[in-house]
Design a protein around this ligand. Structure first.
Ligand code: ADP
Ligand code: MG
Length: 503
């Protein structure tokens, strides 16, 4: 059994733990079944709305290759702060960037939507007037890409209606409204010469940004609080889109936001444990986001907590004692798993410290076997997450046929604390990817952290929108769009506080 061999646990306890571990095991045949189901769900979701996977068309029709030039604004709403960035693409896979952060108060999050969008416009205004931005030509608007990390029903690159708020936002009179129009109206009321050009999901931003820096990208994937991915699909396969939505010629391809967190909500292919079932039953969205609940940072710690409590209740762990913190729903953060697995020492001093200081377990009730069991629990949960993650990557390699007929590298851009920091997560993903796509394709797969998808990616989205607009009007793109807006060299960064940010 993983990592419990050197303990002095009695055979009955070992057997008990082994039965838990088996529940978390996903064998190669099951992984393959999951990939096959992904491929079926891709097709169904591309053909029709309301299927297992949303497969959201993003109206992004081209990937950058690093030669793009121009200066664009990016606005990022949905994280901790509102961020305004000015991104200058230098065309040699380099960028220059300036940014300011603005605090979004609870009053703004929960008040009238018009106030929130006014605040966003004010922040753009504040950014443009306080940073060293040379004014544009008289009739030239700066193009803006908005990373809006909430679910929207998108109908064009610059149109999307808010479906519902998440993450503590609940501003009124926003749901069902076009967020780009609300932002544009707020900017127009202030006579700010900025055009809202592209509405970008964070996975799409990740894909675009990574394509710019790597020269290509087959998948942008997030493994953070949640998990999701975006990739480039043949437009002819996106049969659910009304063709009337396009002016002029139809595009060859379209970026699809898979919303893969929803995979296997029907519970057909992912083997589930009682710990998953408990998590789901007690969650705010039972029977939804089934794949995400096995994989992402929001949930892994909670699955481990469920295991630990089960062991406590069976008097196998901590001499049968728990703590207030361990008894608390979502009381064990995934970051702690990461720290626990980073401690490779024999005696596990960091593990003990986490258990006593962060989790409030009495030091007296933690024996050497307990340290080993806690490590083991983190490992089986994170190991399964990494394995299951490989299925989505393998499915994209199959779906796009990107590995066929060439020897190129397959670039995957990733973002999120889980893949960035969890020890062994990427290795685990790769290991099962190898069994799914073969060693030679796995070797060619380069997994790299995408740089600032929500800033640079949104700017690239705005550039894509501008290109499409010029193509429709028959105006050549030329070189150096928006280069009137020069930036000083290097990356500057200012942090604004509410009192200095526009009111
Ligand atoms: P977001 O997805 O919200 O943009 P992150 O990518 O930082 O933000 O992901 C946050 C999630 O990652 C949280 O669920 C947190 O528990 C988890 N997390 C934070 N730090 C680490 C870490 N060092 N290792 C693994 N997971 C982490
Ligand atoms: Mg993120």
């Amino acid at each position: 059994m993983t990592s419990l061999a050197n303990t002095s646990l009695n055979p009955a306890a070992l057997d008990f733990l082994e039965r838990i571990e088996r529940q978390f095991h996903v064998d190669d045949a099951q992984l393959q079944i999951i990939v096959d189901q992904f491929l079926k769900d891709f097709e169904a979701g591309l053909n029709k709305n309301g299927q297992a996977l949303p497969m959201v068309p993003t109206y992004v029709t081209h990937l950058p290759d690093g030669t793009e030039k121009g200066t664009f604004l990016a606005l990022d709403l949905g994280g901790t702060n509102l961020r305004v960035c000015q991104v200058t693409l230098l065309g040699n896979q380099q960028v220059e960037m300036k940014q300011s952060k603005y605090r979004v108060s609870d009053a703004l999050k929960t008040g009238e939507a018009v106030d929130l969008f006014n605040y966003m416009a004010d922040s753009v205004d504040h950014f443009l007037t306080t940073t060293d931005v040379a004014p544009g030509a008289e009739d030239e608007d700066l193009y803006l890409g908005l990373t809006f990390s909430f679910p929207v029903d998108q109908t064009a690159i610059n149109k999307g209606k808010l479906i519902h708020w998440t993450k503590g936002f609940m501003a009124t009179n926003a749901i069902g409204h076009d967020v780009m129009q609300m932002l544009q109206d707020a900017l127009d009321r202030r006579h700010i010469h900025v055009k809202c050009a592209a509405l970008i999901n964070d996975t799409v931003g990740c894909l675009l940004s990574h394509a710019y820096f790597s020269g290509g990208c087959i998948l942008g994937a997030i493994f953070g609080t949640g998990t999701n991915g975006a990739y480039v699909e043949d437009f002819t396969k996106v049969t659910k889109l009304p063709k009337g939505a396009f002016e002029g010629t139809l595009p060859k391809s379209m970026v699809i936001n898979i919303e893969w967190g929803a995979f296997d909500n029907a519970r057909k292919v992912i083997p589930r444990t009682i710990f998953d079932n408990k998590l789901d039953r007690e969650s705010i969205n039972p029977r939804f986001q089934a794949y995400e609940k096995c994989i992402s940072g929001m949930y892994l710690g909670e699955i481990v907590r469920n295991i630990l409590l089960y062991l406590v209740d069976n008097s196998i762990l901590f001499s049968g004692y728990s703590s207030k913190q361990l008894n608390t729903h979502y009381g064990f953060d995934t970051e702690l798993m990461s720290n626990i697995e980073s401690d490779k020492s024999d005696e596990g001093r960091t593990v003990r410290e986490i258990l006593t200081e962060k989790m409030g377990i009495d030091d007296q009730s933690i024996g050497p076997n307990d340290i080993a069991i806690v490590r083991w629990a983190c490992k089986i949960v994170a190991g399964r997450a990494a394995k299951l993650s490989s299925c989505a990557v393998a499915a994209i390699i199959h779906e796009t046929h990107c590995a066929e007929g060439n020897e190129d590298f397959l670039d995957v851009g990733v973002d999120g604390s889980l893949i960035a920091f969890y020890p062994g997560f990427e290795d685990g993903l790769r290991e099962s990817l190898r069994t799914l796509v073969g060693e030679s394709i796995e070797k060619r797969t380069r997994i790299g952290l995408a740089k600032d998808g929500s800033g640079i990616g949104a700017a690239l989205g705005a550039l894509g929108a501008l290109k499409a607009e010029r193509a429709r009007a028959g105006v050549p793109m030329g070189d150096g769009v928006g280069l009137n807006h020069h930036l000083p060299k290097g990356l500057a960064m200012t942090e604004m506080h509410p009192e200095t940010a526009a009111a």
